[in-house]
Design a protein around this ligand. Sequence first.
Ligand code: AP5
Length: 218
Amino acid sequence: MNLILLGPPGAGKGTQAAVLSERLGISHISTGDILREEVKEGSALGLKAKQIMQRGSLVPDEIIVQIVEKAINGKKAANGFILDGFPRTLVQAERLDGILSGLNRNLDLVLDFKTSTAVIIERLSGRRICPSCRAGYHVKNIPPRAEGICDNCGSRLSQRDDDKSETVIKRIDLYQKSISSIIDYYGKKGILETVSGDLEVEALYKLIVEMFKNKGLS
Ligand code: AP5
């Protein structure tokens, strides 16, 4: 199954994508995570992306499309993929179609996470990530077993650079400006569904899996 998760920053895309990926055995492709990994490694791409991400702006389409093409072509995505954080522009959506048609693959479903602003702010201010294994937590909603320590690898958790309130406002604003053309694009293709990102993780998972069944996707 090949999926896209759309939604504003903090909508819960990454968290739900991780659950779906593990339980359905399909690859989770997060452009944000891939970029953060490049920044951590100090690669040429990471150096370029770092300032852009800290400002809450978008990394150029050409760079992002190359990242996604490589990930979709990789072995891990052979059984299917979940794109999280991509596409963010109409150009990215169109380029994705080109990549998929070259591989004789289709998109099965695009899920648009509608998440209220109050929930987004609460989630982003409490988000903690593991800098080593990238596991995600929330201080109240999804706390680690020991405060500030990753359950999986024992590393000390940190906050994302772009979760500062002024950058968050910019990211939400940018998302709202760019999303309508993408929603229209997938709406016209008849593969768009809306889900409530306000739901807790397990309730949302059940709803999505039910949707797959109703559509004959599982
Ligand atoms: P990216 O990493 O993609 O960030 P984002 O889209 O802004 O989304 P987030 O990761 O902030 O939110 P999420 O919806 O995944 O929420 P999460 O599950 O973590 O992009 C970062 C930057 O990279 C961009 O600003 C840009 O510069 C660049 N970039 C990336 N892709 C790009 C592209 N395609 N083109 C150009 N530039 C690109 O959840 C948030 C918190 O809530 C967590 O603490 C979590 O534990 C908690 N939580 C999640 N779900 C629930 C729930 N159901 N109930 C309770 N708590 C929950």
